[in-house]
Design a protein around this ligand. Structure first.
Ligand code: SAM
Ligand code: SF4
Length: 347
């Protein structure tokens, strides 16, 4: 092969993933399943139809896919779903990713979970190199927990959180802010997190997927109001810290706690976005709030012996990453509404 061509290939394979707005893509969220053992009312309808198995990337394909992204500069992998820990043999995948942590190419391997299976997996996750876990928990009331998750039981999740902390995993709690549901629990949830040394992030409910009869506008509790509620109880200081994601942080002076706010609707966070999302079927979504996606499963499956077609498809997809999303509740209509569920794209 002529020298010039060799050099071109070399540069093409190692150049970082930069999108058209000069954002370096270093963070990949991977949904490993669309299934879940809960049916949270804002996320799924009670009767969900899940994808046939053959549509899903196998564990080996997930490994190839993630390894390719790591080779192309992704430094942080967050595994999500559906509920990632209900995917059969999921530890095989986590254990496979350990080699990228060991080589230093991957800086962080994390997951977002509903916590139901943590009691079983906490030690194994720690052994695989996971150090931080986000656990989604919207209420500390047994009955309300059963109501909001439909199928979940709070004590099981609390045992999972205990096991995770014992294993040495750092926990962040993610709570969806729901008007008239967990409003009055804000001080209790905050203190519970403080006592256990866990960070807490509030998420605004987003218009994702068909969830049956639930009324999203009725559920919407603006994080501006959540913040105002904190100011009624604590001295609140803004922090300049950014993670490249949609979260903004404050410190509560009384407890020293860091509280995050993920405000996709009332605040625009797109300018510093460093992430893309891979679905469990191998579709790459360049933006959580846009329908544009690239099918990466085809180049992966069509070329089992070569990663080059996959790399080219990834680069082409990143070249289409849009500037930002279109969510808008401002006219009391759910504009920019997404037809896919959060459990498909991965939250
Ligand atoms: N099952 C895992 C869990 O619940 O953590 C991971 C997947 S779940 C889709 C990821 C996150 O998305 C959770 O924190 C959940 O609360 C959040 N989520 C789901 N549907 C949402 C919606 N419509 N608006 C805002 N957040 C949502
Ligand atoms: Fe399952 Fe997570 Fe969706 Fe709840 S938010 S239904 S736990 S995927």
């Amino acid at each position: 092969m002529p020298l010039a061509a060799t050099r071109f290939t070399y540069v093409a394979m190692t150049a970082p993933l930069i999108d058209p707005f000069q954002r370096a893509i270093t963070y990949l969220r991977v949904s490993v399943t669309d299934r879940c053992d809960f049916r949270c009312v804002y996320c799924m309808s009670e009767s969900m139809t899940f994808l046939p198995k053959k549509e899903l990337l196998t564990l080996e394909e997930l490994d190839r896919m993630c390894s390719t992204f790591v080779r192309m500069g992704v430094e942080k992998l967050r595994i999500t779903g559906g509920e990632p820990l209900v995917r059969r043999d999921i530890m095989t995948f986590f254990n496979g990713m350990t080699r990228h942590l060991d080589s230093g190419a991957l800086k962080e391997l994390t997951l977002t979970t509903n916590g139901s299976q943590l009691e079983r997996f906490a030690d194994q996750l720690y052994a695989a190199g996971v150090r931080r876990v986000n656990v989604s928990l919207d209420t500390l009331d047994d009955q309300k927990f059963a109501d909001i998750t439909r199928w979940g039981r709070l004590p099981q999740v609390l045992r999972g959180i205990d096991a995770a902390q014992r294993a040495g995993l750092r926990i962040k709690i993610n709570a969806v802010a729901l008007k008239g549901f967990n409003e009055e629990e804000l001080p209790r949830i905050t203190e519970w997190c403080a006592e256990r040394g866990m960070d807490l992030t509030w998420i605004e409910v987003m218009p994702m997927g068909d969830i049956g009869n639930e009324n999203r506008l009725g559920q919407f509790w603006s994080l501006k109001d959540v913040r105002a509620e904190y100011e009624n109880h604590y001295r609140v200081t803004d922090l300049s810290e950014r993670t490249g994601g949609p979260a903004r942080y404050v410190r509560l002076e009384e407890t020293g706690q860091k509280i995050g706010f993920i405000t996709p609707l009332s605040h625009n966070f797109c300018e510093s976005c460093n992430r893309v999302r891979l679905t469990c079927t191998g579709e790459l979504y360049m933006c959580l709030g846009q329908e544009d996606m690239a099918d990466l499963r085809k180049p992966l499956r069509d070329h089992p012996g070569s990663e080059e077609p996959l790399e080219q498809a990834i680069r082409a997809a990143i070249g289409l990453k849009p500037k930002g999303h279109d969510f808008d509740y401002s006219r009391q209509q759910v504009d920019g509404r997404m037809s896919r569920h959060m459990s498909h794209t991965g939250g």
